[in-house]
Write a protein that binds this ligand. Structure first.
Ligand code: BGC
Length: 415
């Protein structure tokens, strides 16, 4: 049964007058975690676009990268029989919710709009369940990026690092000059975001796949994984003492405000730099985690439509999200790249153009892998098990050998 946004009627002097709600096609209630300045700016592009189509917006923000908090709120809403219209969601979570048979079928919009032909297969793998489109992908992000303050790097005589040793050397130079080398927020999902890149640079693409996607116990317990944890400890030596609990966008602000040299973070960080009026290559640099050039750990934000009965607004929203002009306008602001293969890169800045080229190249060379930290390598239970070990180790709760052991058993228990 349809629960939302019925055209309300007011009896007045024997007539039925349509209320204000009637002039609007319908509202969508949208659950999301886009609460930083850059994210809110991107969200406004979507809100405004829907506004022009007569679709109103009821905002339901739940902060927290990776969407863990948002998913907890969603569970409560669905359990109480009152799901939101549309929910920002990542990878395996989409599949898990689809399996519960509480999501809408978008096949008629998808067919009319030709989504099968333009959405990359890597994204369709998550957007479709049992042959049905259940979500509309709005972007492709990736996690193996570093965002650096160009002025500070120049000042301390550090060049853009190409490999791990050069990264460490740059961080040492920043430290010696009295800057915070690495801006970081100590939250499990942020630690895990760094971990994505460290696994990739340490073991390469095949190792990443074996360990993070196949969850192969041999890879998880290997000497390479031990080295990954050692490198996490090494990076821990470059963050400031106030890092625990800090939000990721406040870490970005430290780089923006010339306090810190770099941040290892997904390309949503670019949204903060742009919002602050900074320019790529002039004020900040974007480069792949040294040693991961040519490889991409991706995650794609998709809007899953929940089953709220026949809904014109849902169809409108799904259609609007996938429109090529919208995909360009939105992703230019968000820091991500389009979720369809036929969008021009003309309006994107240098980092966005690099993101698009990297994605196409990685897709072609089979070096495109799902981000563990952001729900595209393994289901939530495994992701959360990895979060626990990585964050415990990063905070000094165990040494690298203990962490390697704990990772194997935590993942086994979660499968
Ligand atoms: C999402 C991004 C978001 C980031 C930080 C990621 O999981 O994919 O869209 O900007 O979290 O909130």
């Amino acid at each position: 049964m349809r629960k939302r946004n019925m055209i309300q009627t007011l009896p007045l002097a024997g007539t039925l007058l349509l209320s204000a709600a009637a002039v609007q096609a319908e509202d969508v209630e949208v659950l999301h975690w886009w609460t930083s300045g850059g994210e809110a700016a991107a969200l406004n592009v979507l809100k405004d676009d829907l506004g022009t189509k007569g679709v109103g917006w009821q905002d339901m923000p739940v902060a927290g990268g990776g969407g863990g908090n948002a998913m907890t709120v969603l569970r409560a809403r669905v359990t109480s029989g009152n799901p939101p219209t549309a929910v920002q969601m990542l990878g395996f979570d989409i599949q898990d919710w689809a399996a519960e048979e509480v999501v809408a079928n978008l096949n008629s919009v998808a067919e009319a709009e030709g989504w099968n032909e333009v959405v990359p297969t890597a994204l369709q793998r998550f957007a479709k369940y049992d042959g049905k489109w259940v979500s509309a992908p709005v972007n492709v992000h990736s996690t193996n990026w570093i965002w650096a303050n160009k002025k500070l790097l120049d000042e301390v005589g550090a060049k853009q690092p190409e490999n791990w040793d050069e990264l460490i050397s740059a961080l040492d130079k920043l430290k010696a000059a009295g800057y915070i080398p690495l801006a970081h927020g100590g939250q499990a999902w942020q630690d895990a975001t760094i971990f994505d890149g460290v696994v990739l640079t340490t073991g390469g693409i095949d190792f990443y796949r074996k360990a993070m996607v196949d969850l192969d116990p041999e890879a998880l317990s290997s000497d390479t994984m031990l080295k990954v944890f050692d490198r996490m400890t090494q990076l821990r030596g470059y963050v400031d003492k106030n890092f625990p609990g800090r939000d990721w966008n406040l870490a970005s602000a430290m780089v923006i405000e010339n306090k810190a040299g770099m941040q290892i973070m997904g390309d949503w960080a670019k949204g903060e730099f742009l919002k602050a009026g900074l320019k790529p290559n002039e004020d900040f640099l974007c480069f792949r985690m040294p040693g991961t050039q040519g490889m991409v750990t991706f995650n794609s934000d998709q809007f899953v439509m929940f089953d709220v009965g026949e809904s014109k607004a849902q169809d409108e929203m799904a259609k609007a999200i996938m429109a090529p002009a919208f995909q360009s306008a939105f992703n230019v602001v968000k820091g991500s790249v389009p979720a369809r293969t036929d969008v021009s890169n003309a309006d994107f800045d240098a980092c966005g153009q690099k993101g698009m080229a990297d994605l196409a190249e990685a897709n072609k060379n089979d070096t495109l892998v799902g981000s563990m930290a952001h729900g595209h390598a393994a289901p939530a239970a495994v992701k959360n098990a990895v979060y626990d070990v990585v964050t415990n180790h990063f905070n000094g709760g165990m040494d690298s050998q203990q962490a390697t052991k704990a990772l194997v058993s935590a993942v086994q228990d979660a499968i």
